[in-house]
Ligand binder design. Structure first.
Ligand SMILES: C[S@@+](CC[C@H](N)C(=O)[O-])C[C@H]1O[C@@H](n2cnc3c(N)ncnc32)[C@H](O)[C@@H]1O
Length: 222
């Protein structure tokens, strides 16, 4: 199917980074894609549209779904403007976003069913399986893949841990794309506030594919 910028909440949406993921799938023609972190399914839909265009391949999505502890304002802060701003306005916005969750505790949880519905809306559900899995467990016994998209609120430490696990696959020709990698993304308010390691200081060899916020990068074979 031809690409369209998926109309799903995502920090990728504003700068249409789904197009880079779509193009990467068309370029590499992966039979097996693994994705960590789907949220509402924006990146999943972007890649699945390309699989539909190719007529084959599958995406195995691993996510924590409703078990992810930040399934509230942290998730809804997907716009470039709100992610970058700190201070009182950011927290006030977060507070207002959380009110419906307090009134109806299950309402803002992102369930597997909700992601499935979003995939169906784009006619790509058949290409995707959704499984609950923590990437910290997956890296203990990693499985082979042709392409990966990694997006779990990344920082330098998570990326380093992933790299140690996927290095043999990258050496063998697998492609690992991940959210972030630019200087702008490394200096986000929540990264600095929580003292998280910058991706650029992780020691992982990578190249930024698209600098536009929040940026998309790919691990390089060395
Ligand atoms: C930034 S969102 C992903 C955004 C999505 N790729 C998009 O296109 O909008 C991060 C996702 O990672 C998931 N997540 C967070 N920590 C995780 C972990 N340790 N293992 C697996 N998934 C995780 C969250 O549940 C959430 O859905």
């Amino acid at each position: 199917m031809k690409y369209t910028n998926p109309d799903l909440d995502s920090s990728y949406r504003e700068n249409n980074l789904g197009k880079d993921l779509y193009d990467a799938v068309l370029e590499h023609k992966p039979k097996k894609i693994i994705e960590f972190g789907s949220l509402y399914g924006y990146s999943t839909v972007a890649m699945a549209l390309a699989l539909h265009e190719l007529g084959e391949g599958s995406i195995c999505v691993y996510d924590l779904f409703e078990s992810y502890m930040y399934t509230h304002s942290a998730h809804k802060h997907t716009s470039q403007e709100s992610l970058k701003k700190g201070g009182l306005r950011y927290y006030l916005e977060a507070f207002i976003m959380d009110i419906p969750m307090w009134l109806h505790p299950s309402r803002n949880m992102i369930s597997r069913r909700q992601v499935r519905t979003n995939l169906e809306k784009y006619g790509v559900s058949n290409f995707v399986t959704l499984k609950k899995m923590n990437f910290k467990d997956w890296i203990k016994n990693p499985e082979p893949f042709d392409m990966m998209h990694f997006d779990v609120a990344n920082n330098g430490d998570t990326l380093r841990a992933l790299y140690e696990a996927v290095k043999p696959f990258v050496q063998a020709g697998s492609h690992v794309y991940f959210e972030g990698g630019s200087a702008e993304r490394d200096s986000l308010v929540w990264m600095e506030k929580h003292g998280l390691k910058k991706i650029s200081e992780s020691g992982v060899p990578y190249r930024v594919v698209n600098e536009n916020f929040p940026s998309l990068s790919v691990i390089e074979r060395v």
